[in-house]
Write a protein that binds this ligand. Sequence first.
Ligand code: GDP
Ligand code: MG
Length: 277
Amino acid sequence: MHAIHSKIGSAWRIGVTGPPGAGKSSLIDCLLGHLREKNFKVGIIAIDPSSPFTGGAVLGDRIRMQKHSVDSGVFIRSVGTRGSHGGLSRSAYRIAGLYDAAGYDYVILETVGVGQTELDVIKIADTTIVVLVPESGDAIQTMKAGLMEIADIFVVNKSDRPGAEDAVNNLRALVDISAKTGGWKQPVVLTNSINGSGIDELFKCLEEHRRYLNKTGKDNENRKILKREELMDLIQDSIKSRIEKVLRSKSMSKILQEVEEGKKSPYQVVKKILSKI
Ligand SMILES: Nc1nc2c(ncn2[C@@H]2O[C@H](COP(=O)(O)OP(=O)(O)O)[C@@H](O)[C@H]2O)c(=O)[nH]1
Ligand SMILES: [Mg+2]
């Protein structure tokens, strides 16, 4: 990562999140068509919580992106979430960096919009698309503030389903209430990922958001935070591994024994142990 460090910074990272089955993978497939037409190289990070059980969902993502899986300008990387314990956003960040250094213009992260882990992953993105469906209806109203806050662009996918227009209008009303004056107002785009309608508009919104972040310098702000977090992570990792090394050492097992047998108090030895770290 150090060796490629100076080559990281030009790829645009798009996060796509939303409930399972909303059509995230299908939508990304449509977007891919657009980006490839313009000859952009795209790296995809598909994060799927169900993959450790069956592998089915990850396979599903690949099948839906099949049109592009033989295209050398597209690379798809599936990442399982199970057992990652918060390390997921870190690996996603590093994979995004690898794509970036390798000359990919866009990195698209697909993640199911549930739970803290997924929200952490989405922080890596420069632009976050929250994908909903008409059936989300009431769910939108009661939607956790979290999803409302992370969205830069809302998509109501499956425009062919009943209630699609209503869902868009409801969402726009919700955005009107919550939008801060002078800030970015989240557009709501109606799409159909089967026939590709609305994808043009979605792409325009993506570009507009990118321009907005460039203009306000907010893209750099976010990236600065990520860099700072990466450094903190590295420091913590390194401290942790030092602690583990000391805890596994011979002198430590001797001290442990003395504490267990009551020969020494924990208060007495703690300083000594810390000095070794
Ligand atoms: N009717 C309809 N079905 C769609 C649309 N977009 C996706 N789907 C279907 O919805 C299902 C879930 O799509 P998928 O992309 O796997 O959703 P994900 O779980 O959010 O990635 C698939 O059967 C898709 O074919 C759409 O615009 N209209
Ligand atoms: Mg999917």
